[in-house]
Design a protein around this ligand. Structure first.
Ligand SMILES: NC(=O)c1ccc[n+]([C@@H]2O[C@H](COP(=O)([O-])OP(=O)(O)OC[C@H]3O[C@@H](n4cnc5c(N)ncnc54)[C@H](OP(=O)(O)O)[C@@H]3O)[C@@H](O)[C@H]2O)c1
Length: 122
């Protein structure tokens, strides 16, 4: 089975992506690009990245798949998976949809080898 899985990340000149659980900077144009690009898609993210979203809520208009090792962790309006293997099994259900890996560091590290990457330089 082939998955359409891309990675989306904002990096600085040193490839840093965040600090102390926050984004390095908040750029409205980037936020807009992220929202428009991922809308209607499946997004894959770590539990810590979700915690940094407004009110810790999943992204609207997208199927949110959250990674956590905690078997008791539940998120309303999102699917929680507990390992890379469980994630890839879950993603088979979305083989007709665009999938975006949206962070953070631990999740990028785990998946960057198996996604398509498109680079947008400014
Ligand atoms: N610049 C960008 O584009 C961008 C995008 C997203 C995030 N960020 C930044 O990235 C930082 C957060 O990254 P992070 O690395 O600290 O955390 P993260 O990747 O968002 O989440 C890490 C958590 O995900 C779960 N997890 C990761 N791999 C797993 C696996 N194989 N199986 C099960 N669960 C797994 C674990 O949750 P449990 O602890 O619950 O087990 C782990 O603690 C923040 O600063 C954020 O602002 C930047």
């Amino acid at each position: 089975m082939k998955l359409i899985m891309d990675l989306i990340v904002a990096v600085d000149n040193n490839w840093a992506i965040g600090n102390k659980g926050e984004l390095l900077v908040s750029i409205p144009e980037d936020m807009k690009f992220f929202r428009q690009t991922t809308m209607g898609s499946v997004v894959v993210l770590g539990r810590k990245t979700l915690a940094g979203f407004p009110n810790g809520l999943p992204l609207k208009g997208r199927d949110n798949i959250i990674l956590s090792t905690n078997a008791d962790y539940k998120v309303k309006d999102a699917v929680v998976v507990h390992s890379r293997e469980e994630l890839l099994e879950e993603l088979k259900k979305y083989s007709d949809k665009q999938i975006y890996v949206i962070g953070g560091g631990a999740v990028y590290n785990m998946l960057y080898r198996i996604v398509n990457m498109h680079t947008l330089l400014r």
